[in-house]
Ligand binder design. Structure first.
Ligand code: NAP
Ligand code: MG
Length: 472
């Protein structure tokens, strides 16, 4: 077991002022693998002051030079990809192949994309008699969750640094190890002191201190809608900028005539990836009533292929969920679905066979799910898929949009134009049409209670900029 005692600020590792620690769990083996400091208000204050001190130098560093630093960071991420993947598998429990491809792969792509954007983004423009400068917002407080723990940090830090902002990160308490690894890589990349700072700690203590700190100009949060609402209120009270990436309950709409076999198979894979712990997961599958029984048969067969097991085994496709609390929460939703009258056709609330130890949940499929059931409305964040039937296309649209969330979604049709027209009527931030690939440069973010603001690509960069216009 490894004990960490330091926070990373002003370009060095300093002992935390805390006497409390956080235990990091390996949810597959159900063992504590490390401890990290439960950072204090004082740690956060020191980190914010380091970020403030570094701001004048960093904001006036030429964008091409900032791009070169981001390239150096991306090189470090590339060189340590396997260590990143292993670390995320240890503390989150996701299968190591998925860790390599997504947990390490995505932040590598995103860091590289912002190196390029920093070098090429037009940070000034002429509008009539005005010269408009796009300036960094200032000091960014980044508060991140555990489900894509490195990606969610890099999706904030890389555009913030590209924009000329400096950053303090408070990672999720469940997954601080990959965040500490990132701080080591930032250090190795030689970024100027104070540009990137990291304080591990608990949400209501270190997270809250960061969100409230008067030296923070923008709070960027990813996590639950419950905490996001609180952060938004805090930021509003101080008239600070805020960006919120929150939950989802996305609809996968399979239109009549679509390739049902393909759509169901990809739909199931989308939910089972990362044990269902994906904010943009398509956790509601909408099928035409006349194809319902066939969809059930196909989905049952697809779910059966996800046999939970040791995430370090290269053949395993689904690992545990992140923690005991998350396991119990997800199992509680499965019990809720049964008691609401949905039909359980695969999985269930018991531990998977042979896996009494560890935070495992059975991949679960419900059919006969009604749109107003709790399991069709609330974000479960586990390997649980609900199948809903619809009568006609208008009914499908109404069900798809009947959600307080609007993060993501999918549409399948044999007619691409019909699929696009349907997608355009979905009140949600991004829609994959007939299996369109994830694009790390496309704006990512939510409608409704899924959030405020956009991440990734040029739209993500714009979040960290504000404008000054000079009338000439
Ligand atoms: P969360 O409580 O919203 O945590 C997200 C981040 O906010 C963590 O770093 C957390 O710290 C911090 N935090 C918590 N309370 C805070 C406060 N009062 N002030 C400032 N920061 C605070 O989410 P969670 O507990 O990790 O997961 C709960 C549920 O949220 C999940 O079951 C899932 O439904 C949803 N979720 C959604 C996403 C998403 O991407 N949309 C991601 C993760 C979770 P701690 O780690 O110390 O709690
Ligand atoms: Mg929490």
């Amino acid at each position: 077991m490894r004990e960490h005692h330091s926070v990373y600020l002003d370009g060095t590792w300093l002992p935390s002022t805390s006497t409390e620690t956080i235990e990091v769990l390996d949810p597959a083996r159900d063992e504590v693998i490390a401890t990290v400091p439960a950072g204090t208000d004082e740690d956060v204050d020191r980190a914010v002051r380091a970020a403030q001190a570094a701001l004048p130098g960093w904001r006036t560093t030429a964008p091409a030079r900032r791009a070169a630093y981001l390239e150096a960071l991306a090189d470090q991420l590339d060189a340590h990809a396997e260590e990143i993947a292993r670390t995320v598998t240890d503390e989150l429990g996701c299968p190591v192949g998925f860790s390599r491809a997504v947990q390490a792969g995505l932040p590598r792509q995103v860091a590289r994309s912002y190196a390029e954007l920093a070098a090429t983004h037009p940070f000034e423009e002429r509008i009539g008699n005005s010269h408009v400068f796009h300036e960094p917002v200032g000091v960014v407080g980044a508060i991140t969750p555990w489900n894509y723990p490195l990606h969610q940090i890099v999706a904030k830090v890389a555009p913030a640094l590209a924009a000329g902002c400096t950053v303090v990160v408070k990672p999720a308490e469940n997954t601080p190890l990959v965040a500490l690894l990132l701080a080591r890589l930032v250090d190795a990349a030689g970024l100027p002191a104070g540009v990137f700072n990291l304080v591990t700690g608990l949400g209501p203590v270190a997270g809250e201190a960061l969100a409230r700190h008067p030296g923070v100009d923008l709070v960027s949060f990813t996590g639950s809608t419950r905490v996001g609402r609180h952060i938004g209120a805090l930021a509003g009270g101080e008239v600070k900028r805020v960006a919120l990436e929150l939950g989802g309950k996305s609809a996968n709409v399979i239109l009549p005539g679509a390739d049902l076999t393909k759509a169901v198979k990809i739909g199931v894979a989308n939910v089972m990836a990362n044990s269902g712990q994906t904010c943009s997961a398509w956790t509601r599958m909408l099928v035409p009533a006349e194809h319902h029984e066939e969809a059930v048969r196909l989905a049952t067969a697809a779910v059966a292929k996800y046999v939970p097991g040791d995430p370090r085994d290269e053949t395993v496709r689904v690992g545990p969920v992140v923690s005991h609390a998350q396991r119990d929460r997800v199992r509680g939703y499965i019990e809720r679905g049964v008691s609401e009258g949905a039909r359980l056709v695969a999985g269930g609330p018991q531990a998977p066979e042979g896996l009494d130890r560890g935070c495992y949940v059975r991949p679960t499929l419900f059919t006969d799910v009604e749109p107003d059931m709790v399991i069709a409305q609330e974000e479960i964040f586990g390997p649980v898929l609900s199948l809903l039937r619809y009568q006609d296309t208008e009914d499908a649209l109404r069900i798809a949009n009947d959600s307080r969330y609007g993060l993501s979604g999918a549409v399948w049709s044999e007619d691409q134009a019909e699929a696009v027209a349907f997608a355009r009527r979905m009140r949600t931030g991004q829609v994959d049409v007939n299996g369109g690939r994830f694009n790390p440069l496309a704006p990512f973010g939510g409608y409704k209670q899924s959030g405020v603001g956009r991440e990734l690509g040029p739209h993500g960069l714009a979040e960290y900029l504000h404008t000054q216009s000079l009338q000439l």
